[in-house]
Design a binder for this molecule. Structure first.
Ligand SMILES: [Zn+2]
Length: 164
């Protein structure tokens, strides 16, 4: 009887790898953070957590309304705070957990920060369906002539200030 019960438990218990538990734990924190940010009026319901060596470095939410800053998305806020806290601009030993699939700006910031791994919860299209999107025409012009040349010279003329 005992053997049958154990067998049934093994057969019907969900097979969840350890990394899944770990990811779920940090993602849950990001989701809680999203609720917190929305409830206190800081911004939209988005949260992000930066993790280093299995420990939470920062847990942040969207701060667009509080900071009057359209770039203060949860992921950007988390990257900024993590860099301040760790006193470095390279987060290549960190992971980021976002309650929602990052927008192009945040995905760019994640890449610039060199974060090694991204885990997200909701699909971006769910946020868009819920009305969290920006549709606006943007005119982009590439300068020509002398002014473009002066701008191009920036890198050559400041090269010695930034040895790689
Ligand atoms: Zn974003």
């Amino acid at each position: 009887m005992f053997f049958i019960v154990i067998t049934l438990l093994v057969l019907f218990s969900p097979v969840i790898p350890a990394v899944q538990d770990r990811d779920d734990k940090f993602l849950e924190k990001a989701i809680e953070e999203a609720y917190r940010g929305a409830e206190c009026g800081d911004g939209r319901p988005f949260g992000a957590v930066v993790v280093q060596n299995d420990g939470v470095v920062v847990s942040c939410h969207n701060m667009v309304l509080r900071n009057k800053d359209p770039t203060a998305h949860a992921e950007i806020t988390a990257i900024r705070e993590a860099c301040q806290k760790l006193n470095q601009i390279d987060l290549s030993d960190c992971e980021i957990y976002a309650s929602c699939e990052p927008c192009p700006m945040c995905l760019g910031a994640i890449r610039f920060s060199r974060i090694k791994r991204l885990v997200y919860g909701a699909k971006a299209e769910s946020a868009i369906v819920a009305g969290f999107t920006h549709k606006q025409h943007l005119e982009i012009k590439k300068a020509e002539g002398t002014i473009a040349m002066l701008a191009e010279q920036l890198f050559e003329k400041t090269k010695s200030m930034f040895p790689s």
